[in-house]
Design a binder for this molecule. Structure first.
Ligand SMILES: Nc1ncnc2c1ncn2[C@@H]1O[C@H](COP(=O)(O)OP(=O)(O)OP(=O)(O)O)[C@@H](O)[C@H]1O
Ligand SMILES: O=P(O)(O)OC[C@H]1O[C@H](OP(=O)(O)OP(=O)(O)O)[C@H](O)[C@@H]1O
Length: 221
């Protein structure tokens, strides 16, 4: 039976810049349109006949792979934690997109704050599931206001007192008068594979996992 080429889902944005050198070392070359900013294509052939690439939003990579629309993908562990899809196997930490997910609040609030007395907090975040689970484990009910970016504005404008967001250098927090008060988890990008595809197209997918692992080991050495 003819099978369609394997589909590798890649996130647009900052991870893409870090993942392209990994693909080059593995020997995957997307068609020229992939690098053309003017191109409106979303699905690309590669130099490998059995491999195509799709470019989607970072949160959607996990969804495309979990539902089998793509067999392989690269996604931040923040996204994987938020969705917690049972259909995803994540065999490899690629060591890119490193940051952490943290609770932050205005510097002025920190001195007066007494976390042990909280019973309810309102938090602006892109990660409502991670946030609710983190606070629930501490006996606190978190009311989450979902934002998709520029979260650091929310406390200064009175939307909420705290945010849960990604932090890397800390420059965005500092520039907006916020400080990190708790680190929820370290984050990095993972190779993800659809579990059903791993059974039905085992040889091809295992070979790709091995190639990604080889290149990741070589980069770390
Ligand atoms: N400051 C950072 N340092 C390192 N990695 C980061 C940082 N911010 C985000 N990431 C990683 O990159 C992924 C995508 O982040 P990015 O900011 O490009 O997404 P986005 O702008 O929210 O994407 P989209 O526009 O697709 O919603 C995150 O899920 C995370 O794993
Ligand atoms: O600690 P830093 O090095 O300052 O990085 C943290 C920032 O990076 C991410 O945002 P991004 O730049 O992706 O923009 P976004 O607000 O569109 O998500 C994250 O949401 C923080 O705002």
């Amino acid at each position: 039976m003819d099978q369609r080429p394997l589909v590798l889902a890649l996130p647009k944005g900052r991870i893409l810049d870090e993942v392209m050198p990994v693909l080059a070392r593995i020997g995957i070359e997307p068609e020229p349109d992939f690098a053309r900013a003017s191109s409106r294509k979303l699905r690309f052939t590669t130099n490998i006949p059995d491999l195509e690439i799709i470019r989607v939003r970072s949160f959607d990579v996990a969804t495309f792979v979990a539902f089998g629309a793509a067999e392989l993908g690269v996604a931040g562990s923040d996204v994987l934690m938020e969705f917690n899809y049972s259909e995803l196997y994540s065999p490899l930490d690629l060591g890119i997109g490193r940051c952490h997910i943290s609770v932050a609040e205005p510097a002025a609030l920190v001195e007066a704050d007494a976390p042990q007395q909280w019973s309810h907090v309102r938090v602006a975040t892109k990660y409502p599931e991670i946030t609710k689970a983190y606070f629930a484990a501490r006996g606190v009910q978190a009311e989450c206001v979902k934002l998709n970016g520029a979260l650091e504005l929310a406390p200064t404008l009175g939307l909420c007192e705290r945010i849960v967001d990604l932090v890397s250098t800390g420059a965005t927090l500092r520039a907006n008068g916020l400080v990190e008060v708790a680190r929820i988890a370290d984050v990095s990008s993972r190779l993800i594979v659809n579990r059903t595809a791993l059974k039905t197209r085992s040889d091809a997918l295992t070979a790709w996992i091995d190639r990604f692992a080889e290149v990741t080991r070589a980069r770390a050495a």
